[in-house]
Ligand binder design. Structure first.
Ligand code: PLP
Length: 382
């Protein structure tokens, strides 16, 4: 049943047909007028998505490359940063900076919980000498399905004066991320998440405070030099050969998103996430995250007693064509994750929860297999 899969992982996500077709065309010159028109349209569209009037760069790389670009363009070896982590991706942001000789202080919170803004405030208030140059935050921690209160954290960081670098790889378009309104300095997103295009592009936005910091940042950089990206973008090009088909796919996806309406896209994600959580609970399972901080992009579900996560995922994939994600890091065998971002609708959620009921029953759990789909339908019908 390889041909018909319900891909319910938190990226890569399914891709709409018109987006697939936008990439399936004869190659064009990446230094010609067609590409110039495409990258200019994409950059303008991304500014609307990020809610920023500042600069946005399209890089050919994974989301991790975008995070690396943020680090190397903003900091110097020896700079002190406070890296807030609530899971695997928060840890990765810190690891990138450590690799480049940045002096990283980690402020970690338990997996499954959100960062406590008060703890961040306490730490920044204790930094009377203003040694902390930047704060790193993951907006949506994909490994645990928890969303941080970025608006509150940003207000605290601005009070201190440090730069705020945000990993919005899995949050952008799945939940509100208002770069200028919340005064975020650097925001990184990735193509394979709610943008509905294949993996391979990362988007890095920088405001004017970040542009100032870039002038004095001394970490060596070449491929990820945003100064070069800026110079080339002024002529409608990128410094290096970009993933041309992905840029054309991005243009099509942004057109689809504008048609849906960016606010409607956010509302859709919120509604489908609510329905997913209701369905999971109705199947007798527990959510990892408190619902107040639960993500609109991905739901992390605690392993039910007596159920093996890999056996459940295997059965779901092989028998029902539903692809679920496992846990990461220390949660590897403790949770599974249901992605609901990008090209996802009511039917996908109801089908996934209905089939999950069958899967759980098939593995011996005493459960009404239709309870999850039914609870989801209740939410969707409200
Ligand atoms: N940050 C977050 C929050 C993510 O969810 C991911 C990928 O899942 C990344 C960073 C890394 O992105 P990539 O796998 O494209 O390098």
């Amino acid at each position: 049943m390889e041909e018909k899969q319900l891909l319910m992982i938190p990226g890569p996500t399914p891709v709409p047909q018109s987006v697939l077709l936008a990439g399936a065309r004869p190659m064009i010159n990446h230094r010609g007028p067609e590409f110039k028109a495409a990258i200019e349209e994409c950059t303008a569209g991304l500014k609307r998505v990020f809610k920023t009037k500042h600069e946005v760069f399209i890089l050919t790389c994974a989301g991790t490359g975008g995070l690396e670009a943020a680090v190397v363009n903003m900091l110097s070896p020896g700079d002190k940063v406070l890296s807030v982590s609530i899971g695997v991706f928060g840890d990765r942001f810190a690891a990138i900076a450590s690799t480049y000789g940045v002096n990283v202080e980690k402020l970690a919170f338990d997996m499954g919980t959100a960062a406590d803004p008060k703890k961040i405030e306490e730490r920044l208030k204790a930094d009377a000498g203003k040694e902390i140059k930047a704060v790193f935050v993951t907006h949506n921690e994909t490994s645990t399905g928890v969303t941080n209160d970025l608006k509150a954290i940003s207000a605290i960081v601005r009070e201190h004066g440090a730069l705020l670098l945000v990993d919005a790889v899995s949050s952008m378009l799945a939940m509100e991320c208002d770069m200028d309104g919340w005064r975020l300095d650097v925001v990184v997103a990735g193509s394979q998440k709610a943008f509905m295009i294949p993996p391979g592009l990362s988007f890095v936005a920088i405001n004017d405070r970040a542009a100032e910091a870039m002038k004095t940042a001394k970490i060596p950089r070449f491929y990820f030099d945003l100064g070069k990206a800026r110079d080339y973008l002024a002529t409608g090009e990128t410094p290096w050969t970009p993933a041309v088909p992905l840029v054309l796919q991005l243009r099509e996806a942004l057109r689809l998103l504008e048609k849906e309406g960016l606010d409607n896209c956010l509302k859709r994600h919120a509604r489908l996430a609510r329905a997913t959580r209701a369905g999971v609970k109705a199947l007798g399972m527990k959510l990892l995250a408190d619902e107040k901080v639960a993500s609109n992009a991905v739901t992390a579900v605690r392993k039910p007693d007596g159920i093996d996560v890999s056996a459940l995922r295997k059965l779901m994939r092989e028998k029902y064509g539903v692809v679920l994600a496992g846990g990461q890091g220390s949660l590897k065998n403790e949770i599974f994750r249901i992605g609901h971002l990008g090209l996802v609708n009511e039917g996908d959620i109801v089908a996934a929860l209905g089939l999950l009921g069958l899967g759980l029953k098939g593995l011996g759990m005493k459960v009404d297999p239709g309870a999850g789909a039914s609870a989801a339908l209740q939410v969707l019908g409200e």
